[in-house]
Structure formats: C-alpha cells, structure tokens
Design a protein around this ligand. Structure first.
Ligand code: 13P
Length: 253
C-alpha cells in the first residue's frame, strides 16, 4: 500500500529561526515512526535553499508553495519551477488562496502544472469548493471541473508525479474540518474522476486539507480514499505536526 503523504504548508509564516526548528522537529517526528509515512513541508521561498541542506540526512521532503506559470524571463518577482528544482522536490499548485487572492484561473493553474512537470518535479494540485457551492449541491461539479481543466493534456506516463489535495475552502483556517465521511466521499469522487480521465489512477495520491489537526488526523486517515493530509495551521505547531505523523504511522500499522 502507498504510505500516507503528510505535507505541512507553512504559507507566509515563520522567521528563519522558526523554520529551522520546525524542520528539525519534522525530521525527528518522521524518524520516530515505525511505519512508513511520507512527510513534506513547504516553507516560504527565502528559506528553501538553506533548509534543503538541513534535510539532507532525513526523509523529509521540501516543496514550494507556488511557482510561476512561465519559465525564466523578464517577469519581475516571479519564481520559476526551474529555479525551484534546485531546492524542492514538489510544488503546490492552485491553492485556493492563490485562486482567491491572486486571481489564478484554471488556465493559469494548468500552465503551472506543466512547468512543474517540465522540471520533473511533483505537483500537488489543490481543488475545492467554497461554502455557497457546497450548500447549492455543486461541490462535486466544481471539483470535477477544476480537476479536468488543470489536467487537460496531462501526460499519462507522469501520473506518479501528481498529488491531488481536496481542500474545501470553507474548511481552510476556520477550525471546521470536513467530517471524515465528507472528506472520504469527495476523495472517492475524485478517484472516480481520475480513473475515468486516465484509466487507472492508482499512482496519484489524494489528500484532504482544511483544519486537519492532531485530533482529527487519525479518523481522516482511516478512510480508504484519504491518502494523506495537506496541513496548514497545525503544521506550524511542532507537537501537533508530530502527533499527526504518528497518527498516520499508527493507521498504517
Ligand atoms: P489549515 O490546515 O490551516 O486549515 O490550512 C489548510 C491549507 O490550506 C493547507 O494548504
């Protein structure tokens, strides 16, 4: 069975000193698990190169929170996937905060997925509905449309480079996670969409994200279609993140 994949998305948080101690705590927590659990973190851009050195002796992966839709060129302020290849193994693409605050459309998200693949990195593609869409019974249609738009033209021989993170927007940073049953239902739906799109999508891990914490991690991870967690706030608390890694290990055993 594929191990669970837990990713801590630090967003625009941490001083460099805090980042160093968080990464050390993640390394220790990952080392302490008996079962195999895949652990990644996405620090802010300026910390990536230094933290890459700090994870050399561990199995913790470093990723980026975003990348440019273009490759190198006269695009002031943009950070390209080709630059991130020096220090990251995966890149989060299409996070709802990027879509909501920085106007990222499905087309931009698709371009970013393409840039990530060009560099042989892994893409963690985020999808999820807002509350009004869920209440209107449109959650599945929204998620399906985000998925198919972002994965248009996605090469079938690169499925192992793809992770999908189902992050209902109403659950992000609110303290109100989806119930484990709701997360399971949508992750199962996503699996169906991916199977239809690609034939067999077994190589693709599907995560849940949105107020995942040390209290609900075990229940979420017990669900058969929830292959991991994308964790915001709780990943900034070393004990909470460590407890979630341990919960994933316990579920796997
Ligand atoms: P929270 O865990 O803080 O709700 O954030 C989830 C998220 O957006 C991870 O990418």
């Amino acid at each position: 069975m594929t191990p669970s994949l837990l990713i801590g998305n630090w967003k625009s948080n941490t001083t460099f000193a805090e980042a160093e101690s968080l990464i050390d705590a993640a390394k220790a927590a990952q080392n302490a698990t008996g079962a195999e659990v895949w652990v990644g973190v996405t620090p802010p851009f300026p910390w990536l190169m230094a933290l890459r050195e700090r994870i050399q002796d561990s199995n913790v992966w470093i990723g980026a929170q975003n990348c440019s839709a273009t490759d190198m060129g006269a695009y002031t302020g943009e950070v390209t996937a080709s630059m991130l290849k020096e220090c990251a193994t995966f890149i989060i693409v299409g996070h709802s905060e990027r879509r909501a605050y920085y106007g990222e459309t499905d087309e931009v998200v698709r371009e970013k997925v393409a840039r990530v693949l060009e560099q042989d990195l892994h893409a963690v593609l985020c999808v999820g509905e807002v509350l009004a869409q869920r209440e209107a019974g449109e959650a599945e249609a929204v998620v399906k449309s985000q998925l198919l738009a972002a994965l248009e033209g996605y090469p079938e021989d690169r499925l192992y480079r793809l992770v999908i993170a189902y992050e209902p927007v109403w659950a992000i940073g609110t303290g109100v996670a989806a119930t484990a049953d709701d997360a399971e239902e949508m992750c199962a739906f996503i699996r169906g969409v991916l199977d239809k799109r690609f034939g067999d999508s077994n190589h693709i891990i599907i995560q849940y994200g949105g107020s995942a914490n040390e209290k609900n991690a075990a229940e979420l991870l017990t669900k058969p279609h929830v292959g991991g967690l994308l964790i915001g706030g709780a990943s900034l608390k070393p004990e909470a993140f460590a407890a979630m890694i341990q919960a994933a290990a316990d579920v796997a055993e």
